[in-house]
Ligand binder design. Structure first.
Ligand SMILES: Nc1nc2c(c(=O)[nH]1)N[C@H]1C(S)=C(S)[C@@H](COP(=O)(O)OP(=O)(O)OC[C@H]3O[C@@H](n4cnc5c(=O)[nH]c(N)nc54)[C@H](O)[C@@H]3O)O[C@H]1N2
Ligand SMILES: Nc1nc2c(c(=O)[nH]1)N[C@H]1C(S)=C(S)[C@@H](COP(=O)(O)OP(=O)(O)OC[C@H]3O[C@@H](n4cnc5c(=O)[nH]c(N)nc54)[C@H](O)[C@@H]3O)O[C@H]1N2
Ligand code: SF4
Ligand SMILES: [Mo]
Length: 784
């Protein structure tokens, strides 16, 4: 059967061209780039001065983007696994119809929620979500798992609790305006997290009036720029935050007017903090009490002050509580939602409604949390138990797109066991990843340089970059949005759009006609919906727009971008006017939509479309009627009291080391790069960083092989004697367990260390299910 299609995948870009605007998709900074192309390959890469936010910045990794596109493991045709475990190339039509039939079978004979989605990893290619989420809505399943949900959802949970924060916002340190910055568990100098962090750090360093305190067990490129470096014992940050809160209360350093005007229930918290023994907390952290007190005083007395934190905290102990305490400290000092303190930034798109209901997973007590998507997300750590569950609605089919769970989700063995029990595993990926190798079907996606793409990470300004492809796709690769459309059609979730919608679509961008088109799409979606529920109508509308409006645009994917622009223009007009005063005259929101959309299309290097409200920032995003910040939550207070009373995670004699299982270095990019040769010519990268004292105690020299064992498993790595590493602490770079063919023998060879074999998926945050990849307890032995 021929599958319905909108787009055949051909983008027809010139095979030789220069100075094409694009973006780096190797980390969340998404630097604007210019590339030259010869013979359909990226041959030159330069940072783009015209990118509205990154303004000519890039790091060394940008020059390696061509290695992400061209390598020996590209999937060029849809593949189906045969009984003997080998893969056979099949046509798109066969792949789509077989997968659709299997999904429908599971949906009808079991439950919609037996179908799950895992993905939206990667760092700069997020267009797939624009159609994957409608497909999940159409199927009627809430089972969506993403890397983000195991990294940042604690923040959304706390923003929900404190200000009814919605899933399009994210609290971030305003590094550029802060006079004092407390940095916890992040190395922005290398990871490039936040808006132009290197520039911000440099400015802070040079200005004698501004100070920075970095909290990190390791001496890093960032801590070297700090005025004070607190070399905290790994995973003890919660006690440092408690100590700072205690000093603020006990020494009366809080911003009373801010607290009284903007929050409720502070007194109950103050009472709790007044009982904290600062000296004891400092001791638990392995820090000098005076340094802790000085830090707290500086933080309390310097305004504005911000707190930056990242994965060193987010994948470590008590990460929901650390995220909460950071917010409490910001409120206590009047730096919450204030310029130079921490401010909320947001996605390009509509002002989202507050989502009051959350879905509970079947086996674990984890609830899905709305985060950066118009659908709640669940943490990957619970996938295996949700597959292996005895519940009749357990997960039976998984669509995995833009993620490599076998390498990057916690507890590899449990993932392999669980995946073996699936009725259907579909992987959509440009590369034959470790997960793709386990799949029943592998569908070749274009890379982020072969399709229209956009990246979603919020920046310091609202400046979407929607980038056209710079090279033609390899083989039969398709963009994900087209794959999902075809699946939706083949599953019968949506039918072909009627002629009148196509006719109206041609006029849809004329402001006077936009409402007519939108109304027609929605009412047709409603009327033709055989299925129940709002989700199926949303799904139908999305796919109908892709088909109808999409056909009128340079690429059908742009229909989704138009929809985002419409949402943004109609609900965030004030932000537009702050950046583009000329927009004031455009009173018709559909005229404004068209104005902004035309700008997006005309500026593939990215375009400024809005400025945030930073003076009354949290008020702008608060959805509480009274606008007040909620500070006290009984469950958190109970947990904190327990932690104040004792260190709940004492050292373990049999596993004396704490391993940071995923240090960012200048040569890591999660599992996006397949061919390890982009790191060639330099030292061994996937090695175990160990202090001189620990190496000496083990009698290990640089390059010696050691066995690292956790309660779950063991891995082998060469030693790197690192004078920057704290004794008792270990680091492995986040070069995860990937296997790439040897250029001579063709045999698959390990190119990193399978760190997630060591991680126990039950060792996770009780509120959000975030794993503890930064706090892996282990022992180390020399391999002879
Ligand atoms: N032990 C340990 N585990 C970790 C971490 C750690 O530090 N330590 N870090 C965690 C963090 S913070 C993150 S963000 C996650 C990331 O983990 P994942 O969510 O797995 O994301 P990536 O590693 O970026 O995987 C990207 C996959 O997408 C594919 N891909 C690339 N481009 C495209 C595209 O355009 N379309 C599609 N469909 N696929 C594409 C790649 O080939 C690759 O297979 O890893 C987490 N896992
Ligand atoms: N070069 C590069 N950049 C990247 C990525 C990449 O793969 N490579 N990945 C991107 C992604 S997905 C993410 S999520 C970010 C992560 O970005 P970051 O969080 O900035 O980077 P990490 O190296 O994971 O960890 C930061 C610091 O945490 C410290 N740390 C470890 N344990 C503890 C602890 O218990 N307490 C404290 N206070 N500090 C601790 C480490 O020593 C390290 O210096 O990076 C992004 N940028
Ligand atoms: S890896 Fe990150 S910081 Fe480096 S060029 Fe790419 S997006 Fe920019
Ligand atoms: Mo991440």
């Amino acid at each position: 059967m021929t599958a319905a299609q909108v787009f055949n995948g051909a983008v027809n870009v010139p095979t030789n061209a220069s100075n094409l605007a694009t973006a780096c998709a190797l980390c969340s900074h998404n630097c604007g780039l210019r590339v030259d192309v010869a013979d359909n390959k990226i041959v030159e890469v330069r940072a783009d001065d015209d990118h509205p936010s990154t303004k000519g910045y890039s790091c060394n990794k940008a020059y390696a983007i061509a290695n992400y596109v061209n390598h020996a493991q590209r999937v060029t045709q849809p593949l189906k696994k045969l009984a003997d475990g080998s893969f056979k190339a099949i046509s798109w039509d066969t792949a789509i119809s077989e997968i659709a039939e299997k999904l429908n079978h599971i949906r009808k004979n079991h439950a919609p929620r037996s179908i799950a989605f895992a993905g939206l990893g990667g760092q700069g290619n997020h267009s797939s979500g624009l159609a994957a989420i409608p497909l999940m809505y159409g199927i009627g399943t809430p089972m969506v798992f993403t890397a983000l949900a195991q990294e940042k959802t604690q923040h959304w949970l706390n923003d929900r609790r404190m200000i009814r924060g919605t899933n399009d916002i994210y609290l971030t340190a305003d590094k550029h305006h802060a006079k004092f910055m407390l940095l916890l568990g992040t190395n922005p100098h290398i990871s490039n997290q936040g808006a132009n962090p290197k520039e911000a750090l440099k400015q802070l360093f040079r200005d004698s009036e501004r100070r920075m305190v970095a909290v990190d067990p390791r001496i890093t490129e960032t801590t070297r720029l700090a005025d004070r470096h607190l070399r905290i014992k790994p995973a003890k940050d919660i006690y440092l935050l408690l100590a700072i809160a205690a000093v603020l209360v006990q020494e009366n350093l809080v911003d009373k007017p801010f607290i009284e005007q903007h929050s409720v229930d502070y007194q109950r918290l103050a009472q709790l903090f007044s009982t904290v023994n600062v000296a004891e907390m400092a001791q638990r952290c392995g820090l000098n009490e005076e340094d802790v007190r000085l830090t707290a005083r500086e933080f309390g007395q310097t305004k504005p002050a911000c707190i930056a934190l990242d994965l060193g905290i987010e994948h470590s102990s008590h990460n929901t509580l650390t995220s909460y305490l950071v917010r409490v400290l910001l409120v206590m000092t009047g730096n919450y939602g204030r310029k130079g303190g921490n401010i909320f930034v947001q996605l390009f798109g509509p002002n989202m409604p507050y989502w009051s209901t959350m879905t509970k997973a079947l086996e674990s007590s984890i609830e899905s949390i709305p985060a950066l998507l118009p659908i709640p997300q669940l943490p990957p750590a619970i996938i295996p138990e949700e597959i292996l569950s005895q519940h009749p609605d357990r997960i039976r089919a998984l669509i995995c797109d833009g993620a490599n769970p076998i390498a990057s989700y916690p507890d590899t063995k449990r993932f392999k066991e669980a995946f073996a029990q699936l009725d259907l595993l579909v992987v959509i990926d440009p590369a034959m990843s470790e997960t793709a190798q386990m799949a029943d079907y592998v569908l070749p996606s274009c890379t982020g340089y072969e399709k229209w793409e956009f990246s979603i990470f919020p920046k310091d300004i609202i400046a979407p970059q929607v980038r056209p492809p710079v090279v033609n796709p390899i083989g039969e690769a398709l963009p994900e949005v087209e794959i999902y459309y075809r699946l939706a059609r083949a599953m019968g979730l949506v039918g072909a759009a009627p002629k009148f919608l196509h006719r109206l679509a041609k006029q849809a961008r004329k402001p006077l006609m936009t409402p007519a088109y939108l109304a027609a799409v929605n009412s047709y979606a409603l009327a033709s919906s055989k299925l129940q529920g709002v989700g199926s109508i949303v799904a139908r509308s999305a796919f109908l727009m892709y088909e109808t409006l999409g056909k009128t645009l340079p690429n059908p994917m742009l229909a989704y971008i138009w929809l985002l622009t419409l949402g943004y223009a109609t609900t965030r007009r004030d932000q537009v006017i702050r950046a583009l005063p000329e927009a004031k005259a455009m009173l018709n929101p559909f005229a404004l939509t068209e104005y902004l959309f035309a700008k997006i299309l005309a500026n593939p290097q990215g375009v400024l479309l809005g400025h945030y409200e930073i003076e009354h920032n949290f008020e702008y995003y608060s959805k509480h009627q009274d606008g007040k910040i909620r500070l006290y939550f009984a469950d958190y207070a109970e947990d904190l009291s327990r932690l104040i009373a004792q260190d709940v995670e004492p050292d373990e004699k049999d596993y004396p080391f704490v391993l940071n299982g995923g240090l960012r270095t200048g040569f890591t990019a999660n599992t996006i790069m397949r061919d390890p040769s982009w790191r060639k010519g330099r030292a061994i990268h996937a090695s175990l960083y160990m202090s001189e004292a620990d190496a000496a105690a083990l009698n290990a020299k640089e390059g010696d092989l050691v066995k690292i064992s956790s309660k779950r498993s063991s891995v082998i790595a060469p030693v790197k004697v690192d004078k920057n590493t704290l004794t008792g602490h270990l680091h492995l770079p986040n070069i995860l367990g990937q296997y790439y063919p040897d250029p001579v023998t063709g045999e698959l060879k390990a190119n990193g260390i399978a760190i997630n074999e060591l991680v126990d998926l039950t060792d996770r945050d009780p509120y959000t299910g975030c794993p503890h990849t930064k706090r892996i307890r282990c022992k180390v032995e020399l391999v002879n």
